[in-house]
Design a protein around this ligand. Sequence first.
Ligand code: S3P
Length: 448
Amino acid sequence: MSGHGTPIPMSSHACGPLKGEAHVPGDKSISHRSLILGAMCVGETVVTGLLEGDDVLDTAKAMRSFGAEVARDEDGTWRVRGVGVGGFAEPDHVIDCGNSGTGVRLIMGAMATCPITATFTGDASLNKRPMARVTDPLALFGTRAVGRSGGRLPMTIVGAVDPVPVRYVVPVPSAQVKSAVLLAGLNAPGQTVVIEQEATRDHTERMLAGFGAEISTEVTDEGRVITLTGQPELQAQTILVPRDPSSAAFPVCAAIIVPGSDVLVPNIGLNDTRAGLFTTLREMGADLTYENPREEGGEPVADLRARFSADLHGTEVPPERAASMIDEYPALSVVAAFAKGDTVMRGVKELRVKESDRIDAMATGLRAGGVTVEDGPDWWMVKGLGHGNVPGGQVAQSHLDHRIAMSFMVMGMATQQPVRVDDGGPIATSFPIFEGLMGGLGADIRRD
Ligand code: S3P
C-alpha cells in the first residue's frame, strides 16, 4: 500500500537501449534542510531546484505549522520567511511527516529547544521506525518525549524551556541524528559538540555555515568533532539545490545493465559523503564517467555519463563506505545481479531500519526473481548471474519504500521476464517524475 492512497501496481519490461539526458529532481537531504533552516532565520530564503516530492512537501507544511511562511512561485521558486532561531510557534494540530524519517527527525531537533509542545506522526512505515536515537540526545538539552512503545511515533515532544548545550557522541552512523542535535543546539546557549566516528553526509554543517552560524569540524582520534556556537542570528540565503545523487542512481544503474544504453545525468551533487555508489560501480567495471566537474552552491557537482557495461564483475564493498551510499544499496544489489561473481556488502546494519528493512525487502524480491542472495544482521551478498541471465518474473513487495520500488523497476528493464511491484505509489516521496523520466529514456514501465 502506498502511504496515502490505494496501491499502484507497476511492471517493468525489457526495453531497447536507454538514451538521452535524465534531469533528476533536487537533492532530498538539501531540500529538507533548506526549508527548515529557512524557517529558522529572519528574512526571506529563496530556494530553486527544491525537490517537490511528498517527503519535502510534508516538511514545508510542518514549517508553516511552526509559524514560518512558505510559498511557491509559479516558476517553481520557493520562498521561506523564517521566524528566527528559537522563534517557532506551537502548532495547533498534529504534524504528519508522511514517509519521511529525515523530515521528522530534523524537525524534532529544530523544535526541541523551543518552549513549545508538538505531536508528530507519519505513515505506517515511519510509525515503525526508531525515534529514540533522536530523543535520547535531545533529552540532554532538557527536552522530553512521550511516544509509543519502542520509541515509535506518534510521539509528543515537549521542548526545553531553559536548554543547556550538549556534548554528544553519535552511537550509530546517522546524519539525521547528527543534524537533529545540531539543530537543537542552535537555540541552546554556549557550544554544542557532536562527535561522529564515521563521516556521514555533511549538508547540515555546510548549510549552517552558509546561513552564518559559527560551526567548525575537526578530525581527531575521537572522530569528526563538530562544534556549533548556539543562538546565532541566521541570515536568509539564496539556495540552488543540486540534483540528487540518490535519484541519479536509478537512471545510472539502468543504463549500466540495459544493452546499448548511453545516458547523461547532468548536474549531480558529488559530495564525498554521498558518492560511494559511483565509486563502487566504477570498481565493478561500469562505464561511468564524470564530465564537467565543478562547484555549485558550495557542493561539488558533475555530469554523469553512464553506458551499458558489458564487463561488470562483483566486488566487496567495504564497511567504511556504507554511510556514503546508504540509500543506494538497493539499486546496487540489482546491478550486482547482472555482474559476474559475488558482490558482498558489509557494515550495513542501518539498512534494516530505513523506510523498510531494505536487506530483507531486496533479498526477498531478488530471490523471487531467480537471484541467489545471502544475508546476515549487517551484511548481504548477491550472486551475480551475468547479463542476459537474470530470470525476473516476480512480483516484489515495495513495503512503502520508494527505493525498493524503483530498484525493482530498474531490474525489470533487463530481466528475461517482466518484474512487478505491488505498489509503486511510494516513488512519489522522492522521485515523482520517475516513470516519465525513465520512459523518456526508453524504459517500458506500466501501471498494471
Ligand atoms: C538522510 C540521512 C540518511 C539517509 C536518508 C537521508 C539525511 O539517514 O538514509 O535518506 O538527509 O540526513 P540516516 O541518518 O538514518 O542514516
